[in-house]
Write a protein of this length. Sequence first.
Length: 249
Amino acid sequence: MVFHFQCDLLELDEEQVLDYLHLLKSKTKTPSESYFKHTVYGLRYLYKQYGLKELHVALPSIGHDKSLPEVLSQQEVKLILKTPKLLKHRLVLGLLYGCGLRNFELCNLKITDVNLDRKMLHVRKGKGRKDRYVPLCEMLVRGITTYLQVECPIDYLITSNKGGGQYTPRGVQWVLRQVRKESSIGKQITAHCLRHSYATHLLEMGLDIITLKDLLGHESIITTMTYLHVARVGREMPFSPLEKLYENQ
């Protein structure tokens, strides 16, 4: 920015800085979003140090990829859930899909976060440091009950094999890789994929989008609405014109 304007940063006004950021954005090879953030936050810190609090540089709107999430079919989920031989690994998959958990949320679960009587799971400090409750189905209640009796964890619900400590995201990823290897599913199976499948299947089963937003722990309903593009919901189920083309012949 200094080389572009050939002057000291403190001599620039907000409009000049924003023009420069938009110029970068319009180039063929656009810098990453983190580059924009570090530039803006660095300038704000500089202004604060020099007592120029009236200057406030905003981030330019940065376009994102509009790719839709990868979603498994219900039959694929059934196959995944029965693939692992160990109860702990089946429980890991069941919690990721059955509660729509993120990888780190699963690893942070403690025994005290599980209320088997109320069939509720307390997800603490999810994305954005937000807490939320999600329901446990009867199948997960039975699985957790058996797991607690067999494994006898002390603090964290899912524990590692070494010393019974907290399970790690890497351990979850290993389970998912093994499931993909041992099953006949060719898709990339990740914790996010199971979470996306959870959201999509709930919409297709009739859950309203506001409730889904709360279950997923989304800050904005716009994020949740992405699943409307994936789920087969609406006044009339979508179909291919080929189904109707020869119908009356």
